[in-house]
Ligand binder design. Structure first.
Ligand SMILES: C[S@@+](CC[C@H](N)C(=O)[O-])C[C@H]1O[C@@H](n2cnc3c(N)ncnc32)[C@H](O)[C@@H]1O
Length: 298
């Protein structure tokens, strides 16, 4: 299916069928169903937005979830810019972008700017990354619902909110404790209302350099802070066959890397690296800090 084709993607069709039947009697577009195994919200029951046109999307999201129509229009327009720039690769990532209200994760004073092509201040000297980079990093992960996905750098919570439409098992670590607490509270409030999928996101305040051993291995890891090397604990916790996306390089000029952990036919493990911008541009992320307030470096 090409990136421009706009038919709704069926996520986890096999498991969706049974659960969809079981929950068909429930009202509303966002039916709740709880998976049997680990009590996570079943994301395959989330109704996907129409991709056929701007007005169809606005009608859908305002009637099913009560989103503001002007914000919904701005979200659609930014989404089209991401598609045009090849920052969103598949229908599933387009749908995840359209379902995630960036305005809710921005500070009140920045809400009107939520769909600008810009990073935005979220307090404590850190930022919510720009939507184009978020889109590209998300697409490079190519998540499926069964993936366990670890994010380093929870920040506003926007990135993991997007991931929660693609994976039923998102984990996120933030080093700034009050920011972690604020975002965890936001997820809790939203999960108790119209966004039960955010209840799947597990967070903790810690130094993400060391990953989250207890829940490893992760099929996908996304690092949203800049560092001059790939943290060995994260490589170790990445599953064989897994993918990590990470900005690596000096302050102000990192290469956005897609890292693969591959098992060779002889059983050895090798690490692959690919520049997600093919040498065309560098990125500039907030630094990957350590518990002492310095930055991690080799
Ligand atoms: C560009 S912001 C991330 C934006 C976030 N992903 C979002 O959607 O809003 C980078 C975040 O990484 C956090 N960070 C930096 N070093 C970290 C570390 N060692 N462990 C966990 N988080 C870290 C920063 O505090 C900041 O919140």
């Amino acid at each position: 299916m090409s990136r421009q084709q706009h038919s709704p993607l069926r996520i986890g069709r096999r498991t969706a069928l049974g659960l969809a039947a079981a929950t068909a009697a429930l009202p509303g577009a966002f039916r709740r169903a709880w998976a049997q195994d680990d009590q996570t919200f079943d994301i395959t029951t989330i109704e996907r937005p129409p991709l056929s046109g701007r007005q169809a999307f606005i009608d859908f999201i305002t009637s099913t979830r009560g989103d503001d129509a002007q914000m919904a229009g701005a979200r659609w327009d930014r989404c089209q810019a991401l598609i045009g720039n090849q920052d969103l690769w598949r229908d599933k990532e387009i749908e995840a972008f359209l379902l995630t209200p960036r305005e809710i994760f921005a500070l009140e004073r920045n809400r009107a700017r939520a769909y600008e092509h810009a990073f935005l201040d979220i307090g404590w000297g850190v930022t919510i990354s720009g939507p184009h980079i978020v889109g590209r990093m998300t697409s490079a992960l190519d998540c499926v619902p069964e993936d366990r996905v670890l994010e380093i750098g929870t920040g506003s919570g926007y990135q993991s909110a997007i991931l929660s439409y693609l994976s039923a098992h998102p984990y996120s670590i933030e080093i700034i404790q009050p920011l972690s607490e604020r975002t965890t509270a936001t997820y809790g409030e939203l999960a108790g209302g119209k966004f039960p999928e955010y209840g799947n996101i597990r967070t903790k305040a810690a130094d993400g350099y060391f990953g989250w051993e207890e829940h490893a291995p992760f099929q996908k890891i996304i690092v949203t802070a800049a560092i001059d090397h790939i943290p060995p604990p994260l490589l170790q916790q990445l599953d064989v066959g897994g993918t990590m996306v990470i900005p690596v390089g000096p302050p102000g000029a990192q290469t956005l890397l897609k890292v693969g952990k591959v098992q060779e036919p002889d059983g050895t493990i090798s690490i692959t690296r690919e520049d997600l911008y093919q040498g065309r541009r560098k990125v500039s992320f907030v630094p990957f800090t350590n518990a002492e307030g310095g930055t991690w470096s080799q």
